[in-house]
Design a protein around this ligand. Structure first.
Ligand SMILES: *Cc1c(COP(=O)(O)O)cnc(C)c1O
Length: 409
């Protein structure tokens, strides 16, 4: 399937009818695209014992997690909140990995007690893990490979100055702690960043991990993280999964041979699995012909989709109501009382007040990063799968906004 140039329906469900039924803004997900992405990844690594652990911070809707689980995909969580949501979606303890980032050790303890396997991300946590569990509980170690990869500096996580993981330069210290507590290290992990399109970045980081792996005799798993890039624009370059799969598989098989045993290869993508499946549907409210430029205001904002303002990320916008309109150039802006720009100088079919617009690539880091800023309700969500649309989250109400406030009046 190619990048959509027009969009009026998903599977056979009309988007304007969905919006009439559930209102706007509305998150809509296409289950077929999630199935396609899982299949792509599985096919690319079909020669290996490859396991996918969905990085669910991308989208924690229970229906999405249930769908992924039904496709044989495990889950990677970063908090106890996510762990509980994954459990609610049917994930058993053996299927959950916990990849914390400097969290209180109490939280790690809770995760271990819930049966999750932990990616240890600091020497301090490794020391605590040793003191607390010794050889009793196996764990993985998250290494920082000192490889700069990813779409921009804000979403890189494996470079030298990143806070994530334990630097491979500290391998001696790691080994000393492992030995002192007879820790059972069953896996090495790395995650170098997001929007990585070059296979070379993965290969470079994997070489660092393979090299370190020689020092750990009990390994069962090499986890190469997530971060595969998807298409944001027509003709955008993406991670060539078949090429990446072939290249990594070659390196991995060679590594397993020299290690002396076949290990499992894990990936934990978020974006790759769900980004393209999601659309944020909004309505154009006001078209403002300012002398400087023309603004399209929509009934949503950075409270519902913060990626453009947070990372400068690009979301393609399709005019669902007027796909054949004459092209015109707009700044598309939200209704939040802050600078709230979705798109600058964007040429698209003429937008008229009331038109329905679709933001693409809204399936990952869309709803999960949304907020109630400006006391706005978060949108409803709909999953379309096997030609059926299901409401998978209702729109919020005033009661939701007031629920945790203690009104002492
Ligand atoms: C966020 C995250 C991922 C997923 O990144 P994507 O770019 O969405 O694939 C994977 N692993 C870890 C540890 C993460 O924090």
């Amino acid at each position: 399937m190619s990048f959509p140039r027009q969009l009026t329906s998903v599977q056979s469900i009309s988007l304007s009818e969905l919006c009439q039924q559930y209102g706007t803004p509305l998150y809509v997900y296409d289950g077929e695209i999630i199935r396609r992405q899982v299949a792509r990844l599985q096919e690319a690594f079909s020669g290996l014992d490859m396991h996918i652990k969905y990085a669910c911070k991308a989208n924690t809707n229970l229906a999405i997690m249930r769908l992924l689980r039904s496709l044989g995909v495990g889950v990677d969580v970063v908090s106890m909140g996510e762990l509980h949501m994954a459990a609610q979606a049917g994930y058993g303890p053996g299927e959950i990995t916990f990849t914390p980032s400097g969290v209180p050790f109490e939280e790690v303890k809770e995760a271990v007690e819930a049966g999750a396997v932990v990616n240890v991300d600091s020497l301090a946590l490794l020391e605590w893990f040793g003191e607390t569990y010794g050889s009793e509980k196996p764990c993985l170690i998250r290494l920082k490979p000192n490889v700069a990869a990813g779409g921009n500096i804000k979403i890189m996580t494996g470079h030298r100055d990143s806070k994530f993981g334990i630097s491979v330069d500290l391998l001696d210290k790691i080994l000393e702690i492992v030995e002192r507590y007879s820790l059972k290290i069953i896996g090495l992990h790395q995650h170098t960043g997001s929007d990585i399109k070059e296979a070379s970045a993965f290969l470079q980081a994997s070489e660092v991990i393979f090299e370190a792996a020689r020092h750990f005799p009990d390994l069962q798993i090499i986890d190469l993280g997530g971060g595969f890039k998807v298409a944001y624009k027509p003709d955008d370059e993406v991670t060539d999964m078949a090429h990446l799969g072939a290249e990594i598989s070659k390196g991995f098989q060679k590594f397993c041979q020299s290690y002396g045993r076949n290990l499992q290869l894990w990936f934990e993508p978020g974006k790759f699995l769900v980004s393209e499946s999601g659309y944020l549907l909004v309505q154009a409210t006001v078209v403002k012909e300012d002398p400087a430029r023309t603004f399209v205001h929509v009934d949503s904002g950075l409270n519902h989709l913060i990626r453009p303002m947070m990372y400068g990320s690009y979301h393609h916008i399709l005019n669902v109501s007027n796909p054949e309109g004459n092209p015109s150039t707009y700044n598309v802006v939200g209704y939040i009382c802050e600078t709230d720009t979705f798109a600058t100088d964007r040429t698209m079919p003429e937008v008229r007040p009331g038109d329905l617009l679709a933001f693409l690539n809204a399936g990952a880091y869309g709803f999960t990063m949304s907020s109630n800023y400006n006391a706005r309700f978060r949108p409803a969500e709909v999953l379309i799968d096997q030609e059926k649309a299901a409401l998978i989250r209702r729109r919020e109400t005033m009661d939701d906004l007031l629920r945790s406030q203690l009104d002492l009046a």
